[in-house]
Design a binder for this molecule. Structure first.
Ligand code: HEC
Length: 115
């Protein structure tokens, strides 16, 4: 009996670890990518900010047109996730934030001279 419990715990841990590894990989491959010409590549502070937002995957609930992970489609979980996403989209949209990391604002520097 004890052996069965230990094996079951082992299988559970493996399944858990596998799921976490899969989700980390999924989160990474479906994340937003900067355009090659994005000025953020050359700005370490902006890059760190972009990476923090991108790795947390705030876009799952605050942007549309995303590849959502499987738990958004699991029965029971999906009602909670759909509600969160619906509320999240109403409260804050982050597409403009993500697009801004690709924009070139260098022309705005001239205003610093004026001000
Ligand atoms: C699982 C879905 C989900 C994820 C992922 C998520 N949020 Fe939210 N977010 C929500 C929901 C739901 C609300 C609205 C309800 C609330 O304020 O608690 C919200 C509200 C917000 C608001 C508006 C708060 C306000 O006062 O109106 C901001 C800003 C925000 N989230 C930023 C983020 C950032 C940044 C991340 C990533 C680090 C993130 N969210 C990740 C679901 C999510």
């Amino acid at each position: 009996m004890k052996r069965i419990l230990v094996s079951l715990a082992g299988v559970g841990l493996l399944a858990y670890g596998g799921t976490v590894a899969f989700l980390l990989h999924y989160d990474h491959v479906t994340a937003t990518e900067l355009l090659p010409a994005s000025p953020t590549h050359k700005d370490p502070v902006a890059l760190a900010a972009f990476n923090a937002l991108n790795e947390a995957r705030c876009d799952y609930c605050h942007a549309t047109g995303r590849d959502l992970p499987f738990y958004f489609r699991l029965p029971v979980a999906n009602t909670i996730m759909e509600r969160d996403r619906d509320q999240g989209l109403r409260h804050f949209r982050m597409e403009p934030v993500l697009h801004a990391f690709d924009a070139d604002f260098s022309h705005l520097r001239q205003f610093q001279v004026i001000l």
